[in-house]
Write a protein that binds this ligand. Structure first.
Ligand code: SF4
Length: 441
């Protein structure tokens, strides 16, 4: 890849998890800081940030690379992300791919493409969004037997707290109201750094930023949660009352076969404590079906635990054998139709529990951060449809002026749909400290 001249325009395409999205945002921001146009429809360079968490994700990555080549035949095609790390030869052999970049080098992609001249010190994400992913660490030192991530993301690697706070400050000053702390193993933030700052310390430092209204954790393993941690979260009003805690299985035998960190008993205990300690907390999770050796009893145990915890949203995945992981060579693979049936059954349970929660919100006034405004129609008397999220992860639709994007408003919930609720705005909240009362819109 030639270092000069720097491209005038770069497009970044992304698949996969929040961490990938956060990294793509950082690449865009770093390029923008180097005066590279990141919105050009005819980019000189296309960066494809790939994923390989399942076989489907790998397939989607290959498809996106090929589509990028076809849509931009004159552009330089750069491929990075987990699929590029897991299968570099396959990626390099795709006709039209010019460069394959590892996840480790992804952080330097902007300087690799555009050089280091003229970079501004504080780098806002462009454009600023009301909610933004904020990468705080990468890498994992667990060895879950199904997971390819430790191979593609490497060892634990935390960003310096000062860097994270500076990025959050720049985001908040650019208009972001909520940051979603993102990584592979958030609970082990700081474990690899001498400065001794842990996740709670980072949250405390971020909470002190006056322009930032909300701090959300993207996902955290139960093994990294204890009662003092929950109490610290509950004591900080900027921390969202939402914890995504991956379950994967509710069966002790499978939990051990998966080599999940901690124990299922601790998972059950800590989710109960979370509900006691954090008022109206929303718990969400990942469930995997069809892990090798999963029989009907093991699956039934997953259903029981899922219902017992009362998750308000499930992400259901079918087991997908990943190269060089122990589970991939386990002879007790589950048939695809069985996996399909089980994923439907657990999804049905998740939808049922979600519907109950959504219905329970009718008649309540909830605090919503408005994220998006749709087009205004005559039928809506010129008031666009607004979409936003509560701190406890309730998706809310309402009507109001587009100028409310990025603002906190109070919404009286009038009806519940399948995945969201609708309601009328009853007032706006100019600043966090004013949560006690609403102001007229
Ligand atoms: S905790 Fe387990 S599932 Fe999560 S990234 Fe690490 S190895 Fe993978």
């Amino acid at each position: 890849m030639p270092q000069t001249p720097a491209p005038r325009s770069v497009q970044v395409r992304t698949l996969g998890c929040r961490l990938n999205k956060a990294e793509s945002d950082e690449i865009r921001a770093a390029l923008a800081a180097r005066c590279v146009d990141i919105t050009d429809a005819t980019p000189e360079v296309v960066v494809v940030n790939t994923c390989t968490v399942t076989a489907e994700a790998s397939k989607a990555s290959r498809k996106l690379i090929r589509r990028s080549v076809a849509e931009h035949p004159g552009s330089t095609i750069v491929v990075t992300g987990c699929y590029a790390v897991a299968q570099p030869e396959v990626v390099a052999a795709i006709p039209g791919v010019n460069l394959v970049v590892s996840n480790q080098d992804k952080d330097h992609l902007a300087s690799l493409l555009a050089g280091d001249v003229g970079v501004s010190a504080s780098v806002p994400v462009v454009p600023a969004r009301p909610r933004a992913n904020l990468k705080i660490q990468t890498g994992c030192d667990e060895l879950c037997s199904f997971c390819i991530v430790p191979q593609t993301r490497g060892e634990l690697s935390s960003r310096a707290a000062g860097d994270v706070v500076a990025t959050a400050r720049a985001l908040a000053e650019a208009g972001t109201r909520e940051v979603i702390l993102t990584g592979v193993h958030l609970g082990k933030y700081g474990w690899d750094r001498a400065e001794g700052r842990r996740l709670v310390d980072l949250i405390a430092a971020l909470s002190a930023l006056p322009d930032l209204e909300r701090i959300r954790l993207s996902s955290i393993e139960a093994s990294q949660i204890d009662v003092p941690f929950l109490e610290a979260l509950a004591a900080e009003p900027k921390v969202c009352r939402h914890l995504h805690i991956p379950l994967q299985t509710g069966d002790t035998r499978l939990w051990e076969a998966m080599r999940r960190p901690g124990t299922l008993e601790h998972f059950l205990e800590i989710t109960e404590r979370a509900k006691d300690i954090i008022d109206d907390v929303t718990l969400t999770t990942d469930v995997m079906v069809g892990f090798p050796g999963e029989d009907e009893q093991a699956f039934a145990n997953t259903l029981v635990v899922t219902e017992l915890v009362g998750f308000r949203k499930l992400h259901v995945f079918r087991f997908s054998p990943r190269a060089d992981t122990p589970a991939a060579i386990d002879p007790r693979q589950v048939e695809t139709p069985t996996m399909r049936d089980r994923s439907e059954r657990v999804r049905d349970l998740g939808n049922l529990m979600r519907a109950e929660w959504l219905q329970s919100q009718e008649g309540r006034v909830v605090q919503v951060l408005i994220e998006k405004a749709g087009p205004a129609h005559q039928s809506t008397r010129g008031r666009p449809r607004l979409s936003g999220l509560t701190d406890n992860y309730l998706r809310v639709y309402t009507r109001g002026p587009a100028g409310l994007v990025g603002r906190l408003v109070g919404v009286l919930v009038s009806s519940a749909g399948q995945d969201s609720v609708e309601g009328e705005i009853v007032g706006r909240l100019p600043v966090l400290q004013d949560r006690g009362g609403f102001h007229p819109v």
